[in-house]
Design a protein around this ligand. Structure first.
Ligand code: C2O
Ligand code: CU
Ligand code: CU
Length: 437
């Protein structure tokens, strides 16, 4: 924190070696370390400056996924940082408490850079979230879970070594699907609980895999938040589907001596045979075991109400835009072109975006905005999915309608992105650009 109260963060993108599998050493990339990066924490109203130094052997970037900020601070493909250079974006945090994240976004190479390990969480707090009786002791009862799947070669390197993971020989229609799960960079992890309630801030940081989260013993949990903020009230669930780029905050209650396993179950892709199998939707993976000792400190009761914020609603004359994802990595028939602006949006607009996929699953993300799902193929979303979001799962063939609240940082020159967050699709051109005017 400097004399003006501005918070500075030093982030260095670097190469290294990590023990991702027991007894094996793997070449990885990370931020301020060999794999993944530190959790950044800031408050609504904070002025922040990031000092991003790129010590990777190639150009990269850091994008603040879910953050509302001026386009030139966004860290997308127009803000690449050359090897050896430092980029220092700055902005004022002006959005409610949420679990955001950061990751590289270099043009055509996002999958490779994320897959090698450059990602981290970016938590935003505000006065309202401070006032809620939620577990909030980081590392004790408030735990980030960055879920990633990996494929290793015989000699323990990330499959395809130093080459792009976008090599067709390893990537099918969906992109790379690994057979080994890492949580926070750890294989086969467990968490030692000390209180009866644990808050899990789950990030699907995988390039292509869709998880259908639940517990091995069938217990339910409460969903308290999604991508861009807390829900109005906790929602009890036994399963939640999380596609690449999405976050979900869960509260899990444990009794002394219990040790349930958070698992990904089949059925999350929702495409049927054979697409489910091709997209990894038939797979089962254990993610992390929660272990409760014989005595647990009692936690507070779960609050009945969470975020008071007004629900995003579209005015009757809201502009409607349609997006069709499909073909060979196209949106509305076009592949991403850095020099083409696809959409021009007035500052502060609230619009309805109708997004439709083809035969493959997709995950649709818009920079700089928060949105609410109006309906999925005409059906209202389940309550846990009706909160503030920035990324949405697009089940094959379904049409998802979103009410989108745009930011007010005008810049007719520098675009923001919208794209599929299955990174192989994104890198191959399933991305478009919009400016705020
Ligand atoms: Cu998470 Cu355009 O990115
Ligand atoms: Cu983003
Ligand atoms: Cu896609």
């Amino acid at each position: 924190v400097d004399a003006d109260g501005r918070k500075h963060f030093d982030l260095r993108l670097q190469t290294g070696r990590s023990e991702l599998l027991p007894g094996r050493s793997t070449e990885t990339w990370g931020v301020n370390g060999a794999y993944l990066g530190p959790t950044i924490r800031a408050r609504t109203g904070d002025d922040v400056t990031m000092h991003v130094r790129n010590d990777l052997p190639e150009a990269s970037s850091l994008h603040w996924h879910g953050m509302r900020l001026p386009a030139k601070m966004d860290g997308g493909p127009h803000q690449e940082v050359a090897p050896g250079a430092t980029w220092s974006p700055h902005w004022t945090v002006k959005q409610p408490a949420a679990s955001l994240w950061y990751h590289p976004h270099p043009h055509g190479k996002t999958a490779k850079h994320v897959y090698r390990g450059v990602s981290g969480m970016f938590l935003v707090d505000d006065a309202e979230s401070d006032g809620l009786e939620l577990p909030d002791e980081y590392g004790v009862d408030d735990i980030p879970l960055v879920i990633q799947d990996k494929k290793f070669t015989e000699d323990g390197e990330l499959a395809s070594g130093n080459e792009s993971i976008l090599d067709e020989s390893v990537s099918g229609e969906t992109g790379i699907l690994g057979d080994t799960i890492l949580v926070n960079g750890t294989h086969d992890p467990h968490f030692q609980a000390s209180r009866t309630l644990t808050r899990l801030r789950v990030l699907n940081g995988s390039p292509a895999r869709i998880y259908n989260l639940g517990f091995d013993d069938g217990r339910s949990f409460r969903v308290i938040g999604t991508d861009s903020g807390l829900l109005p009230a906790p929602q009890e669930r036994e399963r939640v589907v999380v596609s690449p780029g999405e976050r979900v905050e869960l509260l899990v209650r444990l009794e002394p001596g219990e040790s349930p396993v958070l698992r990904s179950f089949p059925g999350g892709v929702g495409a049927g045979f054979p697409q489910d199998r091709l997209s990894g939707g038939d797979d089962t993976f254990d993610l992390i075991q929660l272990r409760a000792p014989t005595t647990l400190e009692p936690s507070q009761d779960i609050p009945e109400k969470l975020a008071e914020g007004e629900r995003l609603t579209a005015p009757p004359d809201a502009r409607v835009r349609e997006f069709k994802l499909g073909g060979t990595s196209r949106i509305n028939g076009e592949r991403m072109d850095m020099a083409r602006i696809d959409e021009v949006v007035p500052a502060g607009a609230i619009e309805v975006w109708e997004v439709r996929g083809g035969g493959n699953p997709h995950s649709f993300h818009i920079h700089d905005v928060a949105f609410r799902i109006l309906d999925i193929d005409g059906e209202p979303p389940p309550a846990w999915l009706a909160g503030r979001k920035d990324t949405v799962y697009l089940p094959p063939g379904k049409r998802v309608r979103l009410v989108v609240e745009f930011g007010t940082d005008v810049d007719p020159e520098v675009p923001y992105m919208y794209h599929c967050h299955l990174l192989y699709h994104e890198d191959n051109g399933m991305m478009g650009q919009f400016v705020i005017v």
